[in-house]
Design a protein around this ligand. Structure first.
Ligand code: HDE
Length: 695
């Protein structure tokens, strides 16, 4: 042990290992040695190299420098849109062959499982923003087919805001946080967004969908997906059929209420990500049916709108959906960054047998995705990242560039070549066949087709296809959003467009905003027509009466009736519901039978917004005590306000009275398990006018 020159005593500095010593003593396991990225074994991962006791850190500490440098570069640019997302692996299985229409094997070989990776995202917020803002959800699926990767990069709404890719940067700049002030994050409720919308009437159909409950989904497991654009299927004879892709959750589509979404945002920033993770981990993988709408050029010509206009749908009442298979998301990624963050989708990735239409928005997208990925993933070799690599044989002459991780062999990196007989060659027979198209276009110009000019008819069709409750939700969404707009003329301009869509809608929104008179009606370039309603666009009419995959809370405390709780638990689990025990303290409660029941959440930190229905089994004393706590009062007031079924025992009624909640037909005794289960399969829409009389 070295001696100090001054004191002559042994210096502790050289022998003290800090945490490293303690950790080494604790670690009895057979761990592999920790090394640097260069493979040098790290002697101490707690203390940097300093010049003696309290001396400065030394530049020669290559272990510290490597660790900090790597850390400094851990983040990559986030996606300009769809930055926040959650992904999962799974598979697609085809049940109905489309061999008549396409040569793409993924759509012709029934029974075969194709591996997939899907990512669901919000659009406007940054990567660290919340899961439950009012926003469109992206729904992108990568199919690792044996003919190369096919990316179906869709949204949970079947139309888009704009008709031409030229407008996309403007739209995104308008929706993102305002550039001078840096807010609001993840919200459309601000001036620049609504200013842009008021000046772009082509966005109004999408606005109707965005202001509906579709943009506040209950779970990522319960959203629909749409490819939006028309694509083409090409068969062996080179013939083309138009196709639109739709996918529907087997658990049914379901949304939250706005007030619930706002409270979820406070209760759990990761509500959707956690929900998807937990259901996959618990062995309840979500699944979707994949369907297509198939139609010919003649069918398209007969429609009163242009299918190449991405602000239009073809209602399924006009061209029915044909179910062709299902996909399942059953494996959470091993590493969020390596997979969910680095995955790169691109609508231009299609196998032979699928081709593009002339939708001008799609055409722009075919360029944008690869371009953005070059900077987001740092260069042209991102297809080597495992999540992006095809899972079929591939061979190309692309070489070098940033982060080349492969070691290509041989002399030949070009084609044709006579020097290397086994070097890859193009194959006209197996290769991608571009649809030739009808006839060459005679002219060019920056022209928007006349057939894209009607911006209001489908917006009206959507609004009028909704149930009364859903229409009211749209009214309150519009009132909320426009009330956040500080510029009065922007508010009026939006109402002037609503007047064209539906006068009743415009009047209700104007009243909600407190406008003293209605603005002049906007002047459409083409007068709208009344299209037949499309009931398939409504959510409430199509909600599944089921508890499968839904989350039900049981509030318990010390001395709660053990028998009632056990009966509720087993009956709910038999319905495939997720049961969560909530107690005033996270340690749980000792029930009437003397047994301890651990809790999944504590009352103050687990608001009822997190659950689809609530049951409460409390002894009178506990009801008395909790009735004085605002967290307990809010729990029931919110469950009531969010139109949920409530099973309440006598003790709970003390809290209900304190919270001024008057029981209605959505209330049950916890012992009446079957009634509660039936009641919990839906929401009590008729309660809405009592809790939100203004809308
Ligand atoms: Fe995207 N979009 N988009 N988009 N989009 C991106 O690509 C773009 C559009 C969609 O989970 C970006 O890699 C343009 C419609 C999803 O990684 C970018 C236009 C639809 C995702 C891009 C559109 C989508 C993106 C950002 C108009 C529904 C997330 C990062 C011409 C059919 C994919 C990236 C994921 C992501 C461009 C319009 C869906 C910038 C130019 C319409 C689901 O390339």
């Amino acid at each position: 042990m070295p001696k100090s020159k001054i004191t002559g005593k042994s210096s502790k500095a050289n022998t003290f290992l800090g945490n490293a010593g303690e950790l080494q003593q604790q670690s009895q396991g057979n761990h592999p040695a920790l090394t640097t990225q260069q493979g040098i074994v790290v002697p101490d991962n707690q203390n940097s190299l300093t010049s003696f006791n309290h001396g400065p850190a030394l530049l020669e500490d290559f272990i510290l420098r490597e660790k900090i440098t790597h850390f400094d570069h851990e983040r990559i640019p986030e996606r300009i849109v769809h930055a926040r997302g959650s992904g999962a692996h799974g598979y697609f299985e085809l049940s109905d062959s489309l061999a008549e229409f396409t040569t793409a094997k993924v759509l012709t070989e029934t029974g075969k499982r194709t591996p997939i990776f899907a990512r669901l995202s919000t659009v406007a917020g940054g990567a660290g923003s919340v899961d439950t803002p009012r926003d469109v959800r992206g729904f992108a699926i990568k199919f690792y087919t044996e003919q190369g990767n096919w990316d179906l990069v869709g949204n949970n709404i079947p139309v888009f805001f704009i008709q031409d890719a030229m407008k996309f940067p403007d739209l995104v700049h308008a929706v993102k946080m305002e550039p001078d002030r840096g807010f609001p994050q993840a919200a459309t409720a601000h001036d620049t967004f609504w200013d842009f919308i008021s000046l772009m009437p082509e966005s109004l159909h999408m606005i109707m969908w965005a202001m509906s409950d579709r943009t506040i989904p209950r779970s990522l497991r319960m959203v629909e997906g749409f490819g939006v654009h028309s694509f083409r299927l090409i068969n062996a004879a080179g013939e083309s059929t138009f196709v639109k892709f739709h996918w529907r959750p087997e658990l049914g589509i379901q949304s939250t209420l706005w007030d619930e979404a706002v409270k979820l945002q406070a209760a759990d920033n990761d509500f959707h990500r956690r929900d998807l993770f937990e259901s996959i981990e618990a062995g309840h993988p979500p699944a979707w049916e994949l369907s297509v709408q198939l139609f010919t050029q003649e069918d398209a010509d007969a429609l009163p709108y242009d299918h190449l206009d991405p602000t239009k749908i073809i209602p399924e009442e006009v061209i029915p959906l044909r179910k062709i298979g299902r996909f399942v998301l059953d494996r959470w990624p091993d590493n969020f960054f390596a997979e969910t963050e680095q995955v790169a989708f691109c609508p231009a990735n299609v196998p032979p047998g699928i081709d593009f239409s002339n939708d001008p928005l799609l055409q722009g997208r075919l360029f944008s995705y690869l371009d953005t990925q070059l900077s987001r993933l740092g260069g042209p070799n991102f297809t080597q990242i495992p999540i992006n690599a095809p899972q079929c044989p591939f061979a190309h002459h692309q070489r070098d560039g940033h982060m080349q991780t492969e070691v290509p062999k041989g002399r030949v990196a070009y084609e044709p070549s006579s020097l290397q007989p086994d070097s890859p060659l193009a194959s006209a027979e197996r290769g991608f066949k571009h649809f030739k198209g009808p006839t060459a276009q005679a002219s060019k110009g920056r022209i928007r087709p006349e057939s894209f000019a009607d911006h209001y008819s489908q917006a009206r069709m959507f609004y009028r296809s909704q149930s009364e409750v859903e229409q009211s939700h749209m009214v309150s969404a519009l009132v909320f959003e426009l009330s956040k707009v500080q510029t009065p003329h922007v508010r009026s301009a939006v109402v002037s467009h609503l007047l064209v869509i539906d006068k009743g809608l415009a009047q209700r929104v104007a009243k909600g905003l407190g406008l003293t008179s209605l603005p002049a009606v906007a002047k459409p370039s083409v007068n709208p027509i009344d299209l037949a309603p499309s009931p398939a666009t409504s959510i409430i009419g199509r909600m599944k009466p089921t508890l499968e995959g839904r989350s039900i809370a049981i509030l318990v405390d010390d001395d709660s009736n053990a028998e009632t709780i056990a009966a509720l638990q087993s009956a709910l689990i038999a319905e495939k519901a997720i049961v969560k025990i909530i107690a005033p303290k996270i340690e749980g409660a000792t029930l009437s039978d003397g047994k301890h029941l651990p809790a999944d959440g504590h009352l103050a930190g687990s608001p009822s917004a997190l659950f689809d229905a609530v049951a409460s089994v409390l002894p009178l004393a506990s009801g008395e005590k909790l009735s004085k706590e605002s967290a307990a009062q809010d729990w029931f007031r919110d469950a009531f306000g969010h139109l949920k079924a409530i099973a309440a025992c006598k003790g709970t009624h003390i809290i209900l009275r304190a919270a001024a909640v008057k029981p209605d037909q959505g209330f049950f005794a916890p012992e009446d398990v079957a009634d509660f289960i039936n009641g919990a399969k839906g929401r009590y829409w008729e309660r809405e006018s009592k809790v939100r009389p203004d809308i």
